[in-house]
Design a protein around this ligand. Sequence first.
Ligand SMILES: NC(=O)c1ccc[n+]([C@@H]2O[C@H](COP(=O)([O-])OP(=O)(O)OC[C@H]3O[C@@H](n4cnc5c(N)ncnc54)[C@H](OP(=O)(O)O)[C@@H]3O)[C@@H](O)[C@H]2O)c1
Length: 249
Amino acid sequence: MIRVSIIGSGNVAQHLVSAFMKTDAVELVQVLARHPEHLKQLLDSSQIISDYHQLQEADLYIIAVTDNAIAEVSKQIPFSKLVAHTSGSIAMNVLSDHHRKAVFYPLQTFTKNKPVDFSRIPIGLESEHASDFEIIKQVASAISDHVFAIDSAQRKALHVAAVFVNNFTNHLYQIGADICNEHQLPFDILKPLIEETTAKIMVLSPAEAQTGPAKRKDQQTIEAHLAILNDANQKAIYTLLTQSIQKHE
Ligand SMILES: NC(=O)c1ccc[n+]([C@@H]2O[C@H](COP(=O)([O-])OP(=O)(O)OC[C@H]3O[C@@H](n4cnc5c(N)ncnc54)[C@H](OP(=O)(O)O)[C@@H]3O)[C@@H](O)[C@H]2O)c1
């Protein structure tokens, strides 16, 4: 059985711990956290450590910490081992040269107390040495049905695409909520529309699914909408997205 240890106790680390606890194909050896109390609801206290010198030997160390701490954390692992980070935007080579380097990137938005079905989460993998790819592939396949190879440049591009479809879309929900609020409308009224928009993209391409005044080149409605918006930032975003939809034809 492949022995895996995790470093970190945040959103990704906690979801990985839960996923590894559910599979017999991987042995979760230890989890190292600066604040062990963040993990006590997830696993036995004997498996939680906070000192790098308590780390036992494992086949793979997964570093799931803040992006700018990955390099420093990798230097502190006191063995020369296979070490992977979980970031979408950080190059594999920031990991310490003492280790065989890899990336284990789960493409999902994780929040600690919101459960996820890991089997449906794509995991993008990269390894410095071809012989290590099989190890990370076996570990990823133990928890996910969607495991794929991706190099650092592709992963960074995928991360940008993910920011558009997730973070920016969510920010547009925020703007929608602000506009509703300003006009004494409950945001909940928009939820069936949000659901249908998401459902449509599962069966149609984004180009096929696009509707609305920008797509129809309905200039009268576009101008009426801009007149309703009081916030200069909202006007600028509306105008830019309208132009972007029209340029995409
Ligand atoms: N969240 C997502 O949706 C998501 C999705 C895919 C990939 N990722 C990637 O996964 C990684 C972790 O993200 P996250 O969302 O889980 O972050 P997070 O919830 O903010 O947790 C960050 C973790 O890093 C630890 N940490 C920060 N600086 C450290 C240091 N100097 N030494 C040791 N530990 C340190 C924190 O420890 P303390 O609690 O002690 O501060 C915490 O456990 C990042 O590389 C991120 O890009 C995130």
